[in-house]
Ligand binder design. Sequence first.
Ligand code: HEC
Ligand code: HEC
Ligand code: HEC
Ligand code: HEC
Length: 130
Amino acid sequence: MKYTPKLPFLTGLALAALILAIAGVALSQDSITKLAPEAFGKHQRPPAVFNHDKHNEKAKLEECVVCHHGGKNGVIDRVASTEGTPCADCHRVKPADKTTGLMRAYHKQCVDCHRTKGKGPLACGQCHVR
Ligand code: HEC
Ligand code: HEC
Ligand code: HEC
Ligand code: HEC
């Protein structure tokens, strides 16, 4: 049989690319420790502290869809998971209609759960830490 050195080389490259892609996703999640979406423009408050992975581990949130829901045309879809999609892709800073604005979306999601569970910060300065 003729030896084809190209094939294992390419397979190796593809594997390396795959590993990098997976590591990239893990890293990008790891890297979230604060939230300061550009959509707000100039922020009034310091960025909210949110260590994505540590927070979700501590709070025992295994279902991504709890926060990363889907939806369109003013109707929320609590089953379709949209992890990786910024909230600002769907929530406008100043919505023209009655949909949930971006600040309210964050506040409602974060604070409502903390209140319901009786755990996690409720005061402005505990999330917007100077
Ligand atoms: C407590 C709520 C919450 C849970 C649970 C949660 N996330 Fe997130 N996640 C967020 C928020 C908030 C952001 C930032 C969104 C934004 O930029 O508007 C985010 C961002 C991300 C991003 C984008 C990373 C980046 O660097 O831009 C990924 C990917 C992601 N989450 C994946 C997941 C996966 C996978 C799960 C389930 C294992 C999960 N999330 C569970 C709240 C959550
Ligand atoms: C794919 C589009 C989409 C993404 C991404 C998305 N949402 Fe929503 N969300 C909707 C739609 C549609 C509704 C229903 C209409 C409304 O209230 O704006 C909704 C409703 C809400 C509500 C009000 C209903 C409730 O559950 O209390 C909150 C709060 C909310 N979203 C927070 C968030 C947060 C925080 C993020 C990011 C982690 C996010 N959303 C990402 C589409 C989206
Ligand atoms: C579905 C429930 C839920 C949602 C949504 C949620 N949290 Fe939490 N959070 C918790 C719980 C439970 C704790 C307490 C964890 C513990 O210490 O046992 C907590 C703790 C925290 C803490 C304390 C430090 C830490 O990492 O443990 C911060 C800060 C925090 N949350 C910020 C946020 C922000 C910002 C958001 C919105 C982007 C958010 N949380 C959304 C449940 C939630
Ligand atoms: C549970 C955490 C939490 C609490 C408590 C909280 N916020 Fe936020 N807030 C957020 C998150 C997450 C965002 C979106 C990320 C960001 O802009 O820091 C946000 C965004 C904002 C914004 C828009 C962005 C900016 O800085 O201009 C303002 C204003 C704001 N919050 C004010 C307040 C005030 C005032 C309080 C107290 C009444 C408060 N927040 C309490 C998590 C919290």
